[in-house]
Design a protein around this ligand. Structure first.
Ligand SMILES: NC(=O)C1=CN([C@@H]2O[C@H](COP(=O)(O)OP(=O)(O)OC[C@H]3O[C@@H](n4cnc5c(N)ncnc54)[C@H](OP(=O)(O)O)[C@@H]3O)[C@@H](O)[C@H]2O)C=CC1
Ligand SMILES: CC(=O)[C@H](N)C(=O)O
Length: 255
């Protein structure tokens, strides 16, 4: 049985991956979807032609990983693709966010870094030559960001982890792609607080376009998927210029 597993499938980019996977990979027998909001996952299941198996659970807790692992052990599927999309951010300085909720940033690190790593480790034994791992990093991974410091740091982890893991798995024919979009119009900003700046609003992308580009890049075994000219420019700037300069520019125009 050939399956794909998608975390964060109840909205935004994760849900869009599930929708487009059906068209990109016609040979899938099942898509397993993970998020806390079960009713959203059930809704998604209803609209899909491919069988969708729902795992409703909190990835900050251990139970859902055990449930996925048990199911993998029982069914012994070939995991053709893992999409790690579950994640969140919070706009604000480290001290302001901590004052509002002292655990929030720690939970962010837990979900964005530990959760993504744990789900990858759970799935890896069931992946084989040609399988793909798709990790939602962000353009925020390219350079530190004041006012979004913990989030950007978690995404630098995702980018670095994806590249290191990709190098480890290359000989096994398993390909890892880090997806690094700029702002995308999803529920992300309802959780994080407003996208805020005119600059962010002006480069806001649609989930459909970002995911389509990502799946094309995944097909071509690209290490990175960066959607749009503006974010490609941001990637180049962060490579070529001192980060202190890029950070100043972002402070001036980015918020
Ligand atoms: N939107 C953007 O501008 C960008 C987003 N990204 C990244 O893309 C990924 C997806 O974000 P996006 O789709 O935009 O945001 P959304 O808020 O639309 O989706 C986030 C998803 O993560 C799930 N999730 C959140 N917390 C948990 C949890 N504790 N356990 C299980 N699932 C959880 C949510 O499901 P539920 O609440 O039901 O649990 C939801 O399905 C994130 O990693 C984000 O950092 C990267 C670059 C840009
Ligand atoms: C939420 C994101 O990851 C996005 N790249 C942004 O910086 O707004």
């Amino acid at each position: 049985m050939r399956i794909a597993i998608v975390t964060g499938a109840s909205s935004g980019l994760g849900r869009e991956f599930v929708r487009q996977l059906e068209h990109f990979y016609r040979e899938l027998d099942e898509i397993w979807v993970i998020a806390r909001r079960e009713e959203r996952l059930v809704e998604l299941k209803k609209e899909m032609k491919t069988y969708v198996r729902v795992f409703a659970g909190d990835m900050e807790q251990s139970l859902v990983y055990k449930q996925v692992k048990n199911r993998l052990e029982n069914q012994n599927p070939d995991v053709r693709m893992l999409v790690n999309a579950a994640g969140f951010g919070k706009i604000g300085t480290v001290s302001d966010v901590a004052q509002e909720d002292k655990n929030l940033q720690l939970r962010m690190i837990d979900l964005n870094c530990r959760g993504l790593t744990e789900m990858t480790c759970v799935c890896l034994p069931w992946m084989s030559r040609g399988s793909r791992i798709v990790n939602l990093a962000s353009a925020a991974a390219f350079c530190p960001q004041s006012g979004f410091a913990v989030y950007a740091a978690t995404k630098s982890y995702v980018l670095s982890f994806s590249r290191g893991l990709g190098a480890e798995l290359k000989d096994k024919g398993i390909w890892v792609t880090a997806v690094c979009p700029g702002p995308v119009d999803t529920e992300f900003f309802q959780v994080s607080g407003s996208a805020g700046s005119l600059m962010k609003e002006s480069v806001m992308a649609e989930p459909y376009d970002v995911v389509r580009q990502a799946l094309l890049d995944v097909r071509e075994k690209k290490e990175l998927s960066v959607y749009g000219a503006a974010m490609k420019g941001a990637e180049a700037a962060a490579k070529l210029l001192p980060h202190s300069l890029v950070m100043k520019a972002m402070e001036k125009w980015g918020r």
